[in-house]
Design a binder for this molecule. Structure first.
Ligand code: DX5
Ligand code: ZN
Length: 220
């Protein structure tokens, strides 16, 4: 029996009604809160920062999965731990010393994640796979919600799953970008453990039912 988790991306929420949207996720069948932090340098967009995250974690009752799209993320590891992040994901492309960064995240009591841009080969993670709790496979180029899913993601997920199994690791595979009811089942079948969904959830008129439906499809 599959147990694919759903992580709505707060980037697509209505920031003028943020508490309402956080409560919606609390009440839904969603498993995690996915929080996108962008610095306008690593990606060509700026999202939101620490004060907003602090207010989200005040109300959120589920795992806080923070996706850092920032350069030199080591500078902020302690701060994100103190703000209540449970999983802290850094980009492979933004770290000079990934092994050290992963240890620093775990030393703060968080799970350590690594995100891969669409052009980054999963084989580059082989030597650190046993140190990684979660790999976030970007299925769009990071920086914006609402983009269309890159089809090459399926083969990437299969390759990553093989790498994880070959090394006896327990790393989770998360898919981020363009997830909908159209690709959720195929992604779960390819080996995805966690599906991030932003616009698909927040553009829906009934968000609670949309999350429920997505979870059912992903676990069918
Ligand atoms: C993109 C972000 C995603 C984004 C997903 O850079 O990392 O988490 O919010 O949004 P959708 O589901 O709309 O593609
Ligand atoms: Zn994200």
């Amino acid at each position: 029996m599959k147990n694919t988790l759903i992580a709505p991306s707060v980037l697509a929420a209505d920031f003028a009604n943020l508490q309402r949207d956080v409560e919606m996720i609390n009440e839904s069948e969603a498993d995690w809160f996915h929080i996108d932090i962008m610095d306008g340098v690593f990606v060509p967009n700026i999202s939101f920062g620490m004060p907003v995250l602090r207010d989200i974690t005040k109300h959120a009752k589920k795992t806080i999965d923070v996706h850092l799209m920032i350069i030199d993320p080591d500078r902020y590891i302690k701060e994100f731990a103190s703000l209540g992040a449970n999983i802290l994901t850094v980009h492979y492309e933004a770290c000079n010393h990934l092994h050290r960064t992963l240890q620093a995240i775990k030393a703060e009591g968080m799970k350590a994640g690594v995100a891969l841009n669409p052009q980054t080969n999963v084989d580059l993670l082989e030597d650190v796979i046993n140190d990684i709790d979660l790999v976030c496979v970007m299925s769009v180029n990071p920086g914006f919600g609402g983009q269309s899913f890159i089809e090459n993601t399926y083969s990437k997920v299969k390759k990553l799953k093989d790498l994880i199994q070959k090394n006896g690791a327990s790393t989770l595979i998360e898919i981020d970008g363009g997830v909908t009811n159209k690709n959720a089942a195929a992604l779960a079948n390819a080996g995805a453990d966690v599906l991030v969904a932003g616009s698909y959830v927040f553009k829906a008129s009934n968000q609670i039912e949309t999350i429920k439906g997505l979870k059912a499809i992903a676990n069918s």
